[in-house]
Ligand binder design. Structure first.
Ligand code: FE2
Length: 327
């Protein structure tokens, strides 16, 4: 099976509208004109939507959406996964009722979330400018928010292009990795003591699994075009009262620049850029020990080598207790 890319992530929240404003007005996504109660957002790239927030008893992650090449690939995936006793197909294959349409199927992951495998989803047509302002403008103005607003007609000065990766904490990590690797065709890109980075295309990782005592969301990362955008994001978030939990820095695994923040719903979100692009025949996975980490860039915060205990605690997330699902 050949997954083409990570399309998006599906969150749940008792009050989706309460967090929607953050993603649109501060984080820089574009809200789709879709009637509630679920809310949908796109980035500047071609994906129809990259984030959706659905009503649910708990603030958590309902699942994520993966791309397949076409309808025939969906049918092949359904046959392959249907033949595996350890995989439970939740729905499909068939037409998807979600915005953007397309066809696909949904399977359960080992922790009870849902993974959509889909194709022929409508692509976004209107182009939204990517990086709109420059770090120099922000620094001169001394107020990232005002500078961003002035330069971008009231829009945040940062515009994520796509969903970069989803990191899940799992108490069933080995089963989870078997699902990703053996059933869905992911490859291991790198590994640390607690985390396994899995890739499905050139991106160093699209899904990572952290070994953990409970199932929860570790973090969700949104890609921005350049390192400068990550730094603009740090300034912009600070101007809105969101301190940087971790970063700015560059991860040894994937060489991506990062800045992590705590969204108002308590979930950890990341701006990232320059994710390493690795063809499968050049893949050389390795195990990274903490002493292997170094600071690669003069703009990076020296403390960015590793997260603080408080940030680690936030990334352990809230244990998932409620059944997933919803509209
Ligand atoms: Fe990340």
């Amino acid at each position: 099976m050949r997954i083409t890319h990570l399309r998006g992530v599906e969150l749940t929240d008792p009050a989706p509208e309460d967090v929607a404003g953050f993603y649109e007005e501060i984080w820089g996504l574009e809200r789709l004109d879709v009637a509630g109660p679920s809310v949908y957002f796109r980035g500047t790239g071609p994906e129809h939507h990259i984030l959706s927030i659905h009503p649910g008893a708990q603030t958590t992650v309902r699942g994520y959406r993966l791309g397949l090449a076409d309808r025939a690939a969906v049918d092949r995936a359904a046959a392959e996964l249907g033949a595996r006793s350890e995989v439970r197909i939740v729905s499909g294959p068939g037409s998807l009722g979600s915005p953007g349409g397309g066809c696909g199927l949904r399977i359960a992951d080992p922790d009870g979330r849902e993974v959509e495998l889909s194709a022929e989803v409508e692509q976004a047509t209107a182009t939204v400018p990517g990086r709109i302002t420059a770090l120099a403008v922000v620094e001169r103005a001394g107020d990232a928010s005002a500078a961003g607003s002035a330069a971008t007609g009231g829009r945040p000065p940062i515009r994520p292009t796509k969903l970069s990766h989803v990191v899940l904490n799992s108490p069933n990590a080995e089963a989870y990795l078997r699902l990703l690797i053996e059933a869905l065709g992911f490859r291991v890109a790198d590994e640390t003591e607690h985390m396994v980075f899995c890739k499905c295309n050139l991106d160093h990782h699209s899904v990572a699994i952290a070994r953990a005592p409970h199932a929860s969301l570790n973090h969700v990362a949104f890609e921005v075009p350049t390192v400068e955008d990550v730094l603009v994001g740090v300034e912009h978030m600070a101007a809105h009262g969101f301190e940087t939990l971790w970063g700015p820095g560059r991860h040894p695994q994937g060489m991506n620049a990062f800045g992590y923040f705590l969204a108002p719903n308590g979930q950890v979100v990341e701006y990232t850029a320059e994710v390493e692009q690795i063809p499968d025949d050049e893949l050389t996975p390795r195990f990274w020990a903490p002493e292997d980490y170094e600071v690669y860039d003069d703009w990076a915060d020296v403390s960015s080598l590793r997260p603080t205990p408080a940030t680690r605690s936030l990334m352990r997330g809230v244990p998932e207790t409620a059944p997933h699902g919803g509209s």
